[in-house]
Design a protein around this ligand. Structure first.
Ligand SMILES: [Fe+2]
Length: 290
């Protein structure tokens, strides 16, 4: 794997200490870092659902998790906390978060209106990581403003065309397992407090490339749109444009859900030690905040 990105360095260097401090103290520090970078890492945060939600309450309203709203197994530690854990051969409907593969960078509740302002992940157990880098379930984040600034430089006119198309074409798509009020904004949408031409909100779903096939009649110049979306999805999954680092137990990553996508590299779901099959016990708690 290549050298760590500038963003990955900044996130880790400017982390906040959580141990021995009140939720209020941590939230005060986190607010400052969020002002500056729109993303913030807290280390040694207590693995406690109530303190986690109390902390997030300083940034908005934690939303009811979507497995509570869906048909999936309800094993979450709290109605607002989504437990992301590998499950051995689940039956019936399967959440993408149980798959042992990677998760492409995506936005929390990309389909939803109003757009959720924040997303948080708290690593409870990093799981089995005795594998090469890139297969340890490392967390991935993409800062859209950074990405677009670099793509504008790299691709010039080509980028401008895709950016304009994705910014001006309203689309409406649904979640796979949840029914919520749907957004009809473009995938790239303007932000009231934008800090530059590329500081826009993005609502990207992991499988949006497939989704748009089913709604092609609402999209003018569909072929061109499909190309623009593919361009966005490929660029955001390019290793040199994302920040990637392993999270340890007690690491809490809070991010601006308009301005950052989140994802994960591969994890090994099942493995064998001394002839005995084991299941990776990696466990992460995610919460979407509005
Ligand atoms: Fe997610």
């Amino acid at each position: 794997m290549q050298t760590e990105s500038r963003l990955a360095r900044v996130i880790q260097d400017e982390h906040i200490k959580g141990a021995g401090r009140t939720v209020e103290q941590i939230a005060d520090d986190a607010r400052e870092v969020m002002e500056k970078h729109r993303i913030c890492l807290i280390r040694d945060f207590p693995l406690d659902p109530d303190q986690y939600l109390a902390f997030l309450g300083h940034f908005g309203e934690p939303l009811t998790n979507y497995s509570s709203l869906s048909e999936l197994a309800k094993t979450d530690p709290h109605p607002q906390i989504n437990r992301v854990k590998y499950k051995k051969k689940p039956t019936g409907a399967q959440s993408v978060h149980y798959v042992a593969g990677g998760l492409r960078p995506h936005s929390a509740r990309s389909w939803r209106s109003p757009r959720p302002s924040h997303f948080a992940m708290l690593m409870v157990d990093p799981g089995w990581r005795e594998v090469p880098e890139g297969e340890r379930g490392e967390s991935v984040v993409v800062g859209w403003n950074d990405l677009f600034t670099q793509l504008a430089e790299r691709d010039g006119e080509v980028f401008q065309e895709h950016f304009a198309r994705l910014s001006s074409t309203p689309i409406t798509f649904q979640a796979n397992n949840v029914r919520e009020e749907l957004s009809s904004q473009p995938v790239l949408y303007t932000l009231d407090d934008a800090r530059g031409p590329y500081d826009v909100g993005v609502r990207l779903k992991q499988d949006l490339g497939d989704k748009i096939e089913g709604i092609r009649d609402q999209i003018p110049e569909f072929e061109a749109y499909r190309d623009s979306l593919a361009y966005l999805m490929e660029a955001s999954a390019e290793e040199r444009y994302f920040a990637c680092f392993p999270m340890d137990s007690g690491d809490l990553l809070l991010l601006d859900n308009h301005r950052f996508a989140h994802g994960r590299l591969k994890i090994v779901g099942e493995y064998v030690v001394d002839g005995e099959a084991r299941t990776n016990n990696r466990e992460l708690w995610s919460v979407t905040v509005h």
